[in-house]
Design a binder for this molecule. Structure first.
Ligand code: F6R
Length: 245
């Protein structure tokens, strides 16, 4: 596991964008795994800047979402597919239909989870971006999620719903259910890049990187993956005992 500590969130986003840029430029058919959330917003903004100012092309990229809320309308602006289209896909040269995700409108959500699991496995994700929740979640794998879990319907924790309320208009409640790739699904990607910024992530980062591998901290599963880069700002790194590069 390589840990990079940047001076600021902006600098961390540049480090992550460098990794994405190299991957997108070198893979013949780049299958890119995308997370959503505040941390990713800075990464997406930097990728959009590189597209418009430096010609970074996403034309060959197929993107795969980690997760999606259930119980939102198809055109809800808080649905992750729409967020990723608004912040990234629609602002670069990704082809139509290049953003894939679980379909929360499916009549049979269990079958939809199995379909998306197959699709992600067949795509062979080359680079998977990950954020981390303050409770140690990755994607929507909340504490207690089995380390060998696959794509499935999950209940969101109260902490995650409270943390994500800022992405919804005032007065709207955050859905309580989502479809998420499982920890095992995520682990099948060739390379993982975990990004965390801010002091509120420091404890989860320290437990994920330096604590035991446990379902109680889903991100600790990354310790078992052969190719992981962790990109932090200095606040998110402040709970680590070991020094990083
Ligand atoms: C959402 C996802 C989540 C977020 C995590 C951090 O697709 O994968 O695991 O990455 O909740 O979110 P922020 O960056 O908003 O703190």
């Amino acid at each position: 596991m390589r840990v990079v500590v940047s001076e600021s969130g902006t600098a961390a986003a540049q480090v992550v964008a460098d990794l994405v840029e190299r991957f997108v430029a070198s893979a013949p058919r780049p299958a890119l795994g995308l997370a959503t959330g505040k941390t990713m917003e800075a990464v997406f903004a930097e990728l959009v800047r590189r597209h418009s100012e430096q010609g970074l092309s996403f034309a060959r990229v197929q993107a795969y979402l980690l997760d999606e809320y259930l119980d939102l309308d198809h055109d809800d602006q808080s649905a992750y597919r729409n967020v990723v289209h608004r912040l990234l896909g629609g602002r670069v040269d990704m082809g139509p239909g290049a953003i894939h995700g679980p379909n929360p409108q499916a009549l049979d959500v269990t079958a939809e989870c199995a379909r998306y699991e197959r699709q992600v496995r067949e795509a062979s994700i080359g680079l998977q971006l990950l954020g981390i929740g303050a409770n140690g979640h990755i994607a929507f794998n909340e504490p207690g999620s089995p380390l060998d879990s696959a794509t499935r319907v999950v209940e969101l924790s109260e902490q995650t719903r409270a943390d994500n309320a800022r992405f919804f208009p005032a007065g709207r409640s955050v859905p309580s259910r989502a479809i998420t790739q499982g920890i095992s699904t995520i682990g099948a990607a060739a390379r993982l890049v975990l990004v965390a910024c801010g002091e509120h992530k420091a404890r989860a980062v320290a437990r994920a990187l330096e604590g035991p591998v446990t379902a109680e901290i889903p991100a600790s599963a990354l310790q078992r993956h052969p190719r992981v880069a962790v990109v932090l700002d200095r606040w998110a790194s402040s709970g680590l005992a070991r020094s990083a590069s």
